[in-house]
Design a protein around this ligand. Structure first.
Ligand code: SAH
Length: 366
């Protein structure tokens, strides 16, 4: 049994069942035995792979997007480039390399990385040891320096702990993690004995008995942090993640270990846990907060609008032996049966800025 599972079982015996968010938070971020603080889980040898790890072209496109965004903001002398959940720091390294197209931009950049895992922070430090601009770390978005900002994050919001509720007799009961009465070494899902009376379920009016719905308390918190940051200074955020454009009911919590799906409750601390991002909720919260929202755009449309295909062709011409690898990378990032459709980009920005690059294919909602 994983050390964290033993501790969670002891905690449930002492305190009673815990909700899914508490379980997910412990599994991912327990400082001693959590998944992220104890390892570097990314890449082919790890547990899962992400777009920046698949191809340098991904970060390069985001780099060009950052340069254009800085120009759209009127080229401020200092721009805070803040990345949430930077993993191994590869995307930031590709961004800064691509950004050499505009030396004034690179001279203006101050990078802040927001990372919860000491293990990954150390890897980021190595990846960015010769970065062409200052790089530092902050514990949260609100701790990053104030000023005109670009906030970016790839597969960050899918790690924020979610709560789950099941509709029964017209009311919502929270799903909790309990000990299996038939096997005291096993965890199982159960429902709270009483319906929840505090949460606002109004966006789930269409749910019927038996449906499971998910709420991510970190999303409104993230929007609050953005609106606070973008008050008084221009700001633009670009978040890329997987999930539906419109809210959907259903259980999306999943665990990945060594690139294979495992049981969510089987090995807390040893497997990555994520849930799909509800882009409808994120955009709605953003608009309520007074931000202008663009997208979500499918990752494939977004990257192609930024010139991904031309970049692949150029790289292939200068290194013909790499052409096949590059076209495979292009396919992984953009094909509809790979990451192209499931992954989406969304931009949230302070009012008054021009439309961001990359969202030309989708209806704008300001
Ligand atoms: N963006 C990277 C890594 C994605 S994995 C990539 O695309 O390759 C998720 C990352 O977010 C990890 O670096 C993880 O440690 C970090 N993370 C998740 N939740 C966090 C939180 N609440 N605060 C800070 N970092 C967090």
């Amino acid at each position: 049994m994983s050390p964290l599972k033993a501790r969670l079982i002891a905690r449930i015996i002492a305190e009673g069942p815990m909700n899914v968010a508490a379980f997910m938070g412990a599994a991912l971020f327990d400082p001693v035995d959590g998944f992220y603080p104890t390892r570097d889980p990314l890449g082919a040898d790890g547990d899962f792979i992400t777009a920046p790890e698949i191809s340098q072209m991904f970060g390069e496109m985001i780099g060009l997007w950052c340069v254009q965004s800085w120009r759209d903001m009127g080229r401020p002398a200092r721009i805070q480039l803040i990345e949430l959940g930077p993993g191994r720091g590869i995307m930031m390294s590709d961004i800064l390399r691509a950004a050499k197209v505009d030396r004034a931009f690179r001279a203006a950049v101050n990078v802040t990385l927001v990372e919860a895992s000491p293990a990954l922070e150390a890897v980021q430090g190595r990846t960015l040891s010769d970065a062409p601009c200052p790089v530092s770390w902050a514990g949260s978005l609100s701790d990053a320096p104030a000023g005109p900002s670009l906030v970016i994050g790839n597969e960050f919001l899918d790690c924020l702990p979610i709560r789950q509720f099941v509709k029964k007799d017209g009311e919502f009961y929270e799903r909790v993690v309990a000990i299996d009465p038939d096997n005291k070494d096993a965890l199982m899902f159960a429902l709270s004995p009483a319906p929840d009376t505090l949460e606002d379920f109004s966006s789930f009016d269409a749910a019927v008995d038996g449906d499971l719905i998910e709420i991510c308390p970190g999303v409104p918190q993230f929007i609050d942090d953005l609106t606070e940051r973008f008050t008084g200074y221009a700001g633009r955020a670009l978040m890329i993640d997987y999930g539906p454009a419109q809210s959907e009911v259903g259980d999306s919590l999943q665990a990945l270990k060594a690139h294979t799906k495992v049981g969510v409750l089987d090995e807390p601390g040893e497997a990555d846990l994520t849930a799909r991002l509800d882009f409808e909720v994120l955009s709605r919260e953003g608009r309520y907060g007074g931000l202008a929202v663009y997208g979500p755009a499918a990752q494939s449309a977004f990257l192609k609008a930024l010139g991904l295909e031309a970049r692949a062709a150029l790289l292939g011409k200068s290194a013909p032996d790499q052409a096949e690898i590059l076209s495979r990378q292009l396919a992984r990032l953009t094909d509809t049966d790979q990451m192209g459709d499931l992954f989406k980009a969304i931009c949230l920005q302070s009012p008054g800025l021009p439309a961001p690059a990359g969202f030309e294919s989708v209806d704008e909602s300001v």
